[in-house]
Design a protein around this ligand. Sequence first.
Ligand code: ASP
Length: 350
Amino acid sequence: MQFQKQNSKASILLIYTGGTIGMKEDPIEQTLKPFDFKQILEAVPELGKFACRIDSYTFDPLIDSSDVEPSMWQALAALIRDNYGSYDGFVVLHGTDTMAYTASALSFMLENLDKPVIFTGSQLPIGKPRTDGRENLISAVEIASTKNEEGRAMVPEVAIFFDSVLLRGNRSTKVKSEQFDAFQSYNCPPLAEAGISIRYNNTIERSGEQCANSLTISEKLDTRVSILKVHPGITPQVVKNILLGPETRAVIIETYGSGNAPTKDWFIRIVEEAASMDKILINVSQCLCGSVNMSLYATGKKLENAGVISGHDLTTESALAKLFYLMGKYPKNNEVKRLMGENLRGEISK
Ligand code: ASP
């Protein structure tokens, strides 16, 4: 499907993966199911008014993003690589439930990215009168096609546009299941805000690696990661199962506050045992805002001494994606541990 304008300025590849934005009600099952991409474009005729060319690509099968798998991230990264030279920017329509995971993963897998990859979706299907999808899609296309005075992409990175704000992809989390302002990025200011015009935040730092070389993708992902969420009443057996399981190479420990966990001997002993097995143990806070600081309290210090590494202010989504990416790339755990503490794509404040 193509919209052409005579004075073509930019070209955008619109990639449709599924999600609420393109769903309609199945009258028999009374559930939401994906519909044909042409119907989205018919529902948003405004797209034809942009002074840019918009081509589209539809994934088959279309999915509810709860079904997303790393294989889909690999296919998405390869699609962007294969079309990188032909487009100025990419807009990815994706379900909101796992959008922050996919955006985080793509931010790491796309190396030396210097074009926009803007994710968006909606809380209400585009066919509904009060949909938020139309506005999200139109603004995402505008952002993906906007260039600065030097002719470079205004947003040369992976981002999520949702309800008037553009957020860094690997800093975003879905925080609301019913309201339109579904995404937040508590530890990183918005990259842009859309009102009467779209106002870009020019003070935002980009990671140094961007623009240095041409785009390559890192497709190999190692998914041997578990997540341990500490909670009052957690038992030694549960902690053992997650931390010592032979199938995990890394564990994200979701701790309290600034990186605190139970100080009971049994807990610390299991953590030490996991560290002695060379597991990669990353401390990420259950708080959405703020950073892990293991030197602040004795409880955090115990974890640090036991071999746990600070995840700083990484979101869990970003920590998971970064581990998949780094473990796929580096066979040595020491290298992965070192790079988990580095700011690779603007994912941590450092
Ligand atoms: N379950 C849907 C999905 O993530 C929700 C949405 O798109 O908002 O695919």
